[in-house]
Design a protein around this ligand. Structure first.
Ligand code: NAD
Length: 434
């Protein structure tokens, strides 16, 4: 089938590559000319495991094209996916200006006699589909024939390709039988369960799912605080809870809290949506509060141990909001680094993939970007682990100790084994366990 994806970022580009991989012909549109130039030159603007190979393979096979022209994409494709940003506004509600703009751009190039399905893949508040349809109708001068579908995306950065190729479920929300049939055809090769709903329910599923996952994280983090106060071990507690199939062990890892470009904004958005609808989801405010507390409690532990942070040399391993990605948007690791810098610490950071984006977008300033984990740790008076990259587990702790000034480790992700670390002579602090 011929598909178009508007917005070639983490969601759009990976979706485009995966649709092409199963045999569809895909036009990826982006209004960032620099990004499109890179893609046309065979370069990949983001880091995502397996993505580069998939892009090269499908471009070579003639199934994947890149352009800055929405008109070209819409003309050549029966189904048009929208995968543009939906960032938060100051009050937590969603900035829908990117979606509205794309709806107008599509409306401007929809031609009579061509049926088109406009699919929203971006995460949007319930009832956005209705607004997209209204906008296209209002701005299209030709009485074009189209339907709007909600098809929220559930991929996780760091494993986006496998998540897209083998999804747990595909949610398709539409009131049009014709559009639903086309969506089922697009997704047939993925051999995954397709849940068909109305548009509003599909849109709500995405916010409700992300909020539930954030709730699980805050739940275990609140339990971790009780473990710290009582001497229990949060990992054992999480194992015990998670072995119950009704609960499950996933998303029960205590740490310095969730971050990234999705959870913080989606939970804030769901709170704002619920308030606008007159049914405030107050439970989610507590989820946010616990999340912020985790970061603050962690920083307090560092301050307590180092006494004065000003001029202290601190190494931070991790900048990306999670491992296997270069995405540093709303990363808790970044927040930790910024807090240390603001208090006058001399910070060296190392992240296997996140440093380039951090430098490009100046998300952290006044730090030294190190060449390796050991380089970051050199002369440091404390080492903070802020992102749980596997690579950090493999660093020889004897080497770490020999380059550090004083052997203190603050593990914000419970990445290392406490007994092992202490056996090397480190003072070791982690989350919810001794
Ligand atoms: P992104 O910022 O990585 O990519 C968005 C792209 O859209 C950018 O390349 C931008 O240049 C482009 N764009 C903006 N306006 C455009 C326009 N008018 N025409 C063409 N291109 C345009 O964003 P993302 O992380 O891919 O997220 C996109 C949406 O998907 C958001 O709603 C997000 O919440 C949702 N989502 C993200 C993830 C994730 O893990 N990143 C997962 C599920 C859902």
């Amino acid at each position: 089938m011929k598909l178009c994806i508007i917005g070639s970022g983490y969601v759009g580009l990976v979706s485009g590559a995966c649709f092409a991989e199963v045999g569809h012909h895909v036009t990826c549109v982006d209004n960032d000319a620099r990004k499109v130039e890179m893609l046309l030159a065979g370069k990949v603007p983001i880091y995502e495991p397996q993505l580069e190979d998939l892009l090269h393979k499908n471009v070579a096979a003639g199934r994947l094209h890149f352009t800055t022209s929405t008109e070209e994409g819409v003309d050549n494709s029966e189904v048009i996916f929208i995968a543009v940003p939906t960032p938060p506004q100051a009050d937590g509600s969603v900035d829908l200006s990117y979606i509205e703009k794309v709806a107008r751009e599509i409306a401007a190039v929809l031609k009579p006699g061509q049926y088109r399905v406009v699919v929203d893949k971006s995460t949007v508040p319930v009832k956005t589909g209705e607004k997209v349809a209204d906008t296209i109708r209002r701005y299209n001068k030709t009485d074009a024939d189209f339907d709007v579908v909600s098809n929220p995306e559930f991929l996780r950065e760091g494993c986006a390709v496998p998540d897209l190729m083998k999804p747990d479920r595909i949610v398709v929300g539409s009131n049009s039988e014709r559009a639903i049939a086309l969506m089922q055809k697009i997704y047939e090769p993925f051999m995954a369960p397709v849940l068909v709903t109305d548009i509003n329910s599909a849109e709500l599923i995405k916010h409700a799912a992300n909020s539930f996952l954030a709730l699980k994280i805050s739940y275990i983090n609140a339990v971790a605080q009780i473990c710290e106060a009582s001497g229990a071990n949060v990992e054992k507690v999480a194992d015990g809870i998670g072995m119950d199939h009704r609960i499950g062990r996933n998303f029960l890892n205590a740490g310095i809290g969730y971050g990234g470009s999705c959870f913080p904004k989606d939970i804030a958005a769901f709170i704002a949506i619920s308030e606008n609808l007159g049914v405030p989801f107050t439970l989610l405010k507590e989820v946010e509060r616990i999340n912020a507390t985790q970061r603050d409690r962690f920083l307090a532990k560092v301050r307590e141990a180092l006494w004065v942070l000003k001029d202290k040399k601190i190494a931070v391993w991790g900048l990306a909001f999670k491992p296997d990605t270069d995405d540093v948007r709303s990363s808790v690791a970044v927040e930790i680094v910024r807090a240390l810098v603001a208090e006058g610490a001399v910070v060296s950071v190392y992240d296997p993939k996140g440093m380039e984006k951090a430098a490009e977008f100046k998300v952290v300033e006044g730090v030294r970007f190190a060449e390796s984990p050991l380089d970051a740790a050199r002369d440091a008076e404390a080492l903070i682990i802020a992102t749980e990259w596997k690579e950090f587990q493999q660093v020889d702790l004897l080497d770490v100790k020999s380059v550090m000034h004083t052997p203190l480790i603050f593990d914000g992700r419970n990445l290392l084994d406490p007994a092992t670390v202490r056996s090397f002579g480190f003072t070791y602090t982690s989350i919810g366990r001794d």
